[in-house]
Design a protein around this ligand. Structure first.
Ligand code: ZN
Length: 159
């Protein structure tokens, strides 16, 4: 069985940046399970996995274009502290959900100067090459429910 659109795929992965720092990885008994072909993982990785089989291992470098995008200055803005009224304490590194031009985005507080709060709506990994080491551990066909919902159903998902 090979990975095609609508396969449910389990992978072990290790993600590092160009400096070799590990940013994220699956743990031994918890592979990442996702529905292939629906944009549930970054485009570049999805492309590289198409046609792969159980047991295949691959190293993939995903550029920002097919990863989390390039770092865009327009997504960084400085707002007044009063915008955060009613929210929990603000500190650098804190993330908030906000309404962006194209839908909800997560913004990160990157700078605080008196009442000026700088927030950055870029993905934390925008502008970075993503270096994945992948092992394909399982592949199955998606169920009709899963295809309708665009995501997999497992023990944790009851909808
Ligand atoms: Zn569902």
């Amino acid at each position: 069985m090979k990975i095609t659109d609508n396969s449910v795929v389990s992978i072990h992965y290790k993600l590092s940046n160009d400096a070799g720092t590990i940013l994220d990885q699956s743990t031994e008994n918890n592979p990442l399970i996702y529905l292939h072909g629906k944009g549930n993982i970054v485009t570049g990785l999805e492309k590289a996995l198409t046609g792969k089989a159980i047991g295949d291992t691959l190293d993939v470098t995903v550029t920002p274009d097919e990863g989390y995008g390039n770092r865009e200055d327009y997504m960084i803005e400085t707002v007044n502290r009063s915008m955060f009224e009613g929210l929990d304490e603000i500190s650098i590194g804190k993330q908030f959900h906000a309404e962006g031009n194209t839908g909800p985005v997560v913004v990160t507080v990157t700078k605080m100067e008196d009442d000026d709060i700088t927030i950055d709506g870029n993905h934390p990994l925008a502008g970075e090459n993503l270096n994945f080491a992948i092992e394909v551990v399982a592949i199955r066909d998606a169920t009709e429910d899963e295809l309708e919902h665009g995501h997999i159903h497992g023990p944790d998902c009851q909808h």
